[in-house]
Design a protein around this ligand. Structure first.
Ligand SMILES: [Zn+2]
Length: 311
């Protein structure tokens, strides 16, 4: 085991889960390849309360000099960590330092940590996780062994969701929407509000019967500009799934999760049709960003989708 490990990757891939499991393995009294789960150390690790463990994360300061939570991990916490790990371990022969979202370390804190990593004290193991490694000092990165987690395949995510008792059709939709992130897929699949929101988006945007209904549908969104990103992400996700269906790369999107007219669209659409629609949504995103009236943007998207599906 190296003395410093940097686990990086997008949110929801299991970086923190892995870091805490490695910490438990290092502290477990059985000293095996994985934590035994029942020794005193393992039980203490369930709540991250092992006396030889130091956990650094934003908003949960450990230094008595930090009076209230800060927006970064302050340098005082690094100093406190150095103090705690410089004394003999209480339970075994080692200390473990977990740093969650290491990019939350302030510049001064990063410099202080770097000094420790350059001359690591005997028996102290550092486990860092990070989503945005580019915000870390390059010298910190080079002092750690890197471990980058990659997004999971949809099949793997679906399998885990099914094991958790999520119905098949919802598991597939959640996996598609989560782009490889277990955390996001689990959160989405169990979030009733998300599914209601999704129904609402499909109903208003993809199931508009005629031009005369566009105004009524779009008016429901006129004060919901903050939902723009979520709306477009759902529409893009459905189009991606329909495209996979067109190319026989995936089973048909279940009917309760996509209006019937779009099933027909998938059976006759060509690549150019999808590109046109996805471009249209991209343009809509740009128009929202440049502060165009949101209802007007919504109207255009509904019209575009309606023309595509009824052509
Ligand atoms: Zn154990």
């Amino acid at each position: 085991m190296v003395h410093a490990l940097l686990i990086s990757g997008e949110a929801g891939l299991g970086k923190w889960t892995l870091a805490t499991a490695l910490a438990a393995m290092l502290l477990c009294q059985e000293q095996d390849q994985s934590p035994c789960g029942h020794c005193r150390a393992c039980l203490q690790m369930e709540n991250l309360e092992h006396p030889d463990l130091v956990v650094l994360q934003k908003g949960v300061p450990i230094s008595p000099d930090v009076k209230k939570p800060k927006s970064t991990i302050p340098v005082d916490d690094i100093r406190e960590m150095i103090r705690l790990t410089s004394v003999h371990a209480l339970e075994g022969d080692r200390h473990v330092v977990l740093i969650r979202h290491a990019e939350d370390l302030g510049r001064e804190a990063q410099n202080a940590l770097l000094k420790t990593l350059e001359e690591p004290p005997e028996g102290v193991f550092f486990l860092l996780t990070s989503i945005r490694t580019h915000e870390l000092l390059p010298t910190i990165i080079s002092r750690c062994r890197p471990l980058k987690l990659h997004p999971w395949g949809d099949d793997e995510v679906i399998r885990v969701l099914l094991e958790r008792g999520i119905p098949n059709s919802r598991a597939r939709q959640a996996a598609a929407a989560a782009s490889g992130s277990f955390g996001t897929a689990i959160r989405i699949s169990e979030d009733e509000e998300y599914w209601q929101f999704r129904d609402e988006v499909l109903q208003d945007f993809m199931n508009c019967p005629s031009r005369s209904d566009i105004l009524r549908n779009s008016s429901r969104w006129k004060d919901r500009k903050e939902d723009a990103d979520a709306v477009f992400t759902i529409l893009e996700g459905v189009l991606h799934q329909l495209m996979q269906q067109t190319y026989h790369l995936a089973e048909a999107v279940p009917e309760d999760l996509c209006p019937r007219a779009w099933q027909k669209f998938a059976s006759r659409a060509e690549t150019a049709d999808y590109i046109k629609l996805l471009d249209g949504i991209l343009l809509a995103r740009k128009r929202v960003a440049s502060a165009v009236n949101f209802q007007a943007v919504v109207e255009q998207v509904i019209l575009m989708l309606m023309e595509a599906v009824h052509s």
